[in-house]
Design a protein around this ligand. Structure first.
Ligand SMILES: [Zn+2]
Length: 383
């Protein structure tokens, strides 16, 4: 019997918000769930309710004082200024909101559950936790809308369970600084991040290599589908083939899409789906996470399409009425939300955004690709 794919979700994402003015005021996971259900793509046996990670589980990576502070902030709906400063909460995009502990702990519980399912699974297993991918979370502080770090916790669970090599591919517009710092000295996790150059958090330069296990691909504004495909074919897939990982983890942030307000990258969702389909073929087990994404329509359509890819479903040209109704029910306070194009309601796939592969990308990829065949040797020495 085939194992999965499993879709991990929770209604906590439907009922909680970071606050009206925050980029994460928009619904994301709940819309994806509604959309894939409306399309008839979510068999009840494939849906797994996300557990909430326990404080003890979070302590595998996070500090005890920090976890306790999040719990207390939720219980009291208040945080003392000194504590807030220490943990970077109630400032810098990390608001004190009603579920400040429970929501990120549920995203972590989902990714831990995914890791457990993959550890128990035979080859061919696929698990999707679109609420995961909070790749900026630090051991002792919130960062970049991320309070905890579910990719780190999930990969630690996989390593603790006996997995010896993980290939983590991060396609979010922002560099995965929290994940990179957590595993910079651990050759069992090989990380490749494609992210916008000169954008927050301003880390992820091509020269940063960890213990030989980090490959950074900073890309310029206007990054198009052909350019991602080039990076995929010349670097991401050859590196994956050389590593022969037991598990691939993909952070599938939707903020590198052209319709997203928080980056200047210009992908269509087709490019991310193509990459995901190729990565699925790379390893016997696959964990797919969400990440950034701040346009409610482009996130929902992209991440529903991820689920189609994982299930081998070809998205329809035009959405059926029930799916269109899910998208028409959304609203968005940003200016682009006042007059949304019809295609945000009645299609899943964006118009492809193909173009020239710019020389700076070709040159960088060629330089990085020259390392590919030696990475496994570097890592063998680092063990
Ligand atoms: Zn991002």
């Amino acid at each position: 019997m085939a194992f999965g794919p499993f879709f991990i979700g929770s209604d906590i994402y439907r009922s909680s918000s970071y606050g009206a003015k925050h980029p994460l005021a928009i619904p994301r996971v709940s819309t994806v769930i509604d959309l894939v259900r409306a399309l008839g793509w979510l068999d009840p046996v494939a849906y797994v309710e996300s557990p909430k990670a326990t404080p003890a589980e979070l302590l595998r990576f996070h500090g005890a004082d920090y976890v306790a502070a999040l719990q207390r902030a939720e219980a009291e709906q208040h945080i003392a200024p000194e504590t807030a400063r220490r943990f970077n909460i109630d400032c810098n995009g990390n608001p004190l909101f009603r579920e400040i502990f429970s929501r990120p702990a549920t995203a972590c519980g989902g990714s831990l559950k995914a890791a457990d399912l993959l550890l128990a699974a035979a080859d061919g297993a696929v698990v999707y936790n679109p609420a995961g991918g909070t790749h900026h979370g630090r051991r002792d502080r919130a960062s970049g809308f991320c309070y905890l770090n579910d990719p780190v916790l999930a990969m630690l669970r996989l390593l603790d369970g006996g997995i010896a090599r993980i290939y983590y591919v991060d396609l979010d517009a922002h560099h995965c600084d929290g994940v990179a710092d957590a595993f910079a000295a651990d050759p069992r996790v090989v990380m490749l991040s494609v992210h916008e150059t000169a954008r927050w958090p301003y880390t992820g330069a091509a020269a940063e290599e960890g213990c030989g296990n980090i490959v950074n691909v900073p890309v310029p504004a206007g990054f198009n589908d052909s350019e991602l495909e080039h990076i995929l074919d010349a670097l991401i897939l050859p590196l994956g083939a050389a590593l022969a990982p037991e598990i691939v983890v993909v952070q599938c942030g939707a903020d590198a899409l052209a319709d997203d307000p928080l980056s200047k990258l210009a992908l269509s969702n087709n490019a991310l789906w193509h990459a995901l389909a190729a990565l699925k073929r790379l390893a016997p087990r696959l964990l797919v996470l969400g990440g950034g994404g701040y346009n409610p329509w482009s996130v929902a359509r992209c991440w529903a399409g991820n689920w189609a890819v994982l299930n081998g479903i070809a998205p329809p040209e035009a959405l059926p009425a029930a799916a269109e109704a899910v998208l028409r029910a959304l609203s968005w306070s940003r200016s682009a939300g006042r007059n949304p194009p019809e295609r945000w309601f009645n299609t899943l796939a964006d118009p492809p955004h193909r173009g020239a592969v710019r020389a700076e990308i070709r040159d960088l990829v060629a330089r990085l690709a020259a390392r590919v065949h030696i990475v496994p040797d570097i890592l063998a020495e680092a063990v």
